[in-house]
Design a protein around this ligand. Structure first.
Ligand code: TPP
Length: 665
């Protein structure tokens, strides 16, 4: 217990650095950092295993501040514990170009494990990080990988549905390496939690299969015991409800929502410092004893890392083949043989749904990459995502690669992201395209944080048929294309499916949405000179007549439709060029000369896609024609809907002919 007085001093420093940072920025959230400073300092000083000089040390403990609005807390800790985050950076909190953005961002600040701020995401990311620890231990041994994931989660986090999904899953899987400290301050942004959040979080978490404790934030010895108990419990994830006071130490604002998201103000900050017996100036004061104490903690972490490195080196010598596998995993090497197999067409000869071709691609990727891992939200028989030559992950069984996410799409997205933050896996989640909206916030974070998450969506249009409009995506395709830094792939046949997966595997800093049909499609016929490389450019010429009058751009199932329509059009002497565009984003990245060679700027453009037309005007301009569907679908067999919605070759020809006539006028 001898460290506790030092931790009390550290806590005051963390609290006042956070309040100063928010005050200087005149923006931010002092309340949570001040309330959590004590137990967070204790956690970092006595439990968290880290080496600030090696922030990505493989066996470090992971710390997730799910309540990302409390970023000043994390930045203060990172600064004090020797990470690459100077006092000047703290003083530039929330300013342009600083490494202390308003909410923690992965890749911007060393030591930030996950981008947090959208409440609930971090809760689910932590589950992915903890799962990663279990997978690594199962593969390489728990002597090498025994890290824990700690997190601070807030009222807001636990109010979000995603937290329930994620905690339910973590309890089911018995992730004993996951420990959350629940900042139970009973205040949220707009008032007391009395007005909207009165459940027993403890009972809820207990029913999810968590180990639950409650403790007072001011009782650091009690918090310490609770963390020790949580560590002891290895069969269940743990949550410690820490009853804290928001804005702790502020004489007039503590325990009010006024301190949640506004600076204390000079006068109140001054009073707070007085109460803490803290010098009122200079701001950003760090007592010498506190920095010395932090140095001791850091040197313990460095020593621990070095002991681990010795163990690791011995392990490498005695397990050369496993070590080689781990190296390949860390370096994210993609075998050439995988490329050849994926670009080889996936054996698409007779009509086949792209979801089934995707299923073949998944087996190939899993065969070559032991890091290929994922599952679906209770839909693998439909999304064809079950990996055949492996087992499923269950409590105590982490050697497999199939994850049963259950009907929990949002958590699935964020757990996939949790795995992707590790940069050791090719993680995927899958569901029907229409439900991509259920995990959209996680897709956005993946894109924003440059994660290589793979989102596999099947049943990609009204061709779903009888299930009706609730299950027929309309706006989802274009709305995914709206997300910056996300590749949206909608391949048309086996060759494109394989090539799109390869492109997604090669895109290390972008997530991908891979979109497949439920209905069968023919294998496209291509010219002798065609090379699969062309697909990797996002769009390519599939067919071209000697003197084309216009270009048809189509994606996915509508490419074959365009080919059939072209056959009819040619009978009337109309010449055209068909472009298949499985990935609009990749195509738009190509140099202008290459784009012009595929879609000549002088030719008018028709686009065909079974989804919203909004967005295709990038290609059709003012004179072109966008064939799509701008209303909800209906419940009927797919063929009937194709007829009703204008997606038969004859109806497409009719639309194009009418359009050509208006163009000539
Ligand atoms: C998904 C989401 N919705 C809303 C917000 C805006 N917001 C930020 S913090 C917060 C609630 C704060 O309550 P709590 O989590 O208890 O944090 P504390 O007040 O204790 O700092 C809200 C609604 C958000 N960041 N994310």
């Amino acid at each position: 217990m001898s460290d506790l007085p030092a931790i009390e001093e550290l806590a005051k420093t963390v609290s006042m650095l956070s309040a100063d940072a928010v005050q200087r920025a005149n923006s931010g959230h002092p309340g949570l950092p001040m309330g959590a400073a004590g137990y967070a300092s204790l956690l970092w000083a006595q439990f968290l295993r880290f080496n600030p000089q090696e922030p990505r040390w493989l066996n470090r403990d992971r710390f997730v501040l799910s309540a990302g609005h409390g970023s000043a807390l994390l930045y203060s800790l990172l600064h004090l514990f020797g990470y690459e985050l100077s006092l000047e950076e703290l003083q530039s909190f929330r300013q342009w170009g600083s490494s202390t953005p308003g909410h923690p961002e992965f890749g911007v600040t060393a030591g930030v494990e996950c981008t947090t701020g959208p409440l609930g995401q971090g809760v689910a990311n932590g589950v992915g990080l903890a799962l990663s620890g279990k997978l690594l231990a199962a593969e390489y041994g728990s002597a090498l990988f025994d890290y824990r994931v700690y997190g601070i989660v807030s009222d807001g986090d636990l109010m979000e549905g995603i937290a329930s999904e994620a905690c339910s899953l973590a309890g089911h899987l018995g992730l004993g390496n996951l420990i959350y400290l629940y900042d139970d301050n009973k205040i949220s942004l707009a008032g007391s939690t009395d007005v909207c959040f009165t459940e027993s979080v403890q009972q809820r978490m207990e029913s999810y299969g968590w180990h639950v404790q409650s403790v007072d934030a001011q009782d650091l010895a009690g918090v310490k015991r609770a963390i020790e108990n949580a560590i002891e419990e290895t069969a269940k994830p743990s949550i410690i409800a820490v009853r804290s006071i928001i804005g702790y130490g502020s004489p007039n604002k503590a325990n009010t929502y006024g301190v949640h998201g506004s600076p204390l103000g000079d006068a109140e900050l001054s009073l707070t410092k007085k109460g803490f017996e803290w010098p009122s100036s200079p701001a950003f004061y760090v007592p010498k004893e506190v920095s010395n104490f932090c140095k001791e903690v850091i040197s313990r972490g460095v020593a621990e890392h070095s002991r681990w490195s010795t163990k690791y080196a011995e392990w490498r010598d005695s397990h050369p083949s496993l070590a080689g596998r781990l190296d390949a995993q860390v370096e994210r090497r993609l075998p050439e043989a995988l490329r050849d197999e994926l670009l080889g067409g996936l054996g698409h000869t007779k009509d086949e749904a792209t979801r089934s071709l995707s299923g073949k691609a998944i087996q190939i990727m899993a065969k070559h990459l032991s890091q290929f891992i994922g599952g679906s939200a209770d839909l693998e028989p439909s999304t064809k995502t079950l990996i055949k030559d492996t087992t499923e992950i269950q409590k105590g069984e982490f050697a497999g690669r199939n994850i049963r996410f259950g009907v929990r799409e949002h958590a699935m997205g964020a757990v996939v992201n949790g795995l992707a933050y590790e940069r050791l896996w090719y993680p995927f989640g899958s569901t029907f395209l229409v439900f991509s909206d259920y995990l959209r916030p996680a897709i956005r974070i993946a894109a924003l944080s440059h994660l290589q998450s793979l989102f596999i969506f099947t049943h990609d249009s009204f061709w779903v048929g009888e299930d009706g409009p609730t299950h027929e995506p309309i706006e989802q395709l274009q709305s995914l294309r709206l997300i910056p830094n996300l590749y949206t792939f909608r391949p048309a046949d086996g060759l494109e499916v394989g090539a799109c997966y390869w492109a997604a595997l090669e895109s290390r800093d972008q997530p991908s949405a891979l979109i497949f049909t439920r209905q069968d499609l023919p294998a496209l016929v291509r010219s002798e000179s065609f090379s699969a490389e062309e697909v990797l450019r996002g769009g390519y010429v599939l067919e071209s007549d000697p003197a084309p009058q216009f270009v048809i751009i189509a994606t996915g199932s509508e490419v074959a439709l365009a080919v059939d329509a072209a056959k009819i059009l040619r009978k009337s002497g109309i010449q055209l060029q068909i472009v298949s565009m499985p990935c609009v984003e990749l195509f738009l990245e190509q140099p202008i000369s290459e784009r012009n060679a595929v879609v000549p700027p002088k030719l008018p453009v028709v686009t065909i896609e079974a989804g919203r037309t909004l967005g295709w005007e990038r290609f059709t301009g003012r004179d072109g024609l966008a064939i799509g569907i701008d209303h909800y679908g209906a419940s009927a067999p797919g063929e009937v809907l194709a007829e009703k919605f204008g997606f038969t070759p004859e109806l497409v020809v009719e639309k194009i002919t009418t359009w050509l006539n208006t163009l000539r006028k």
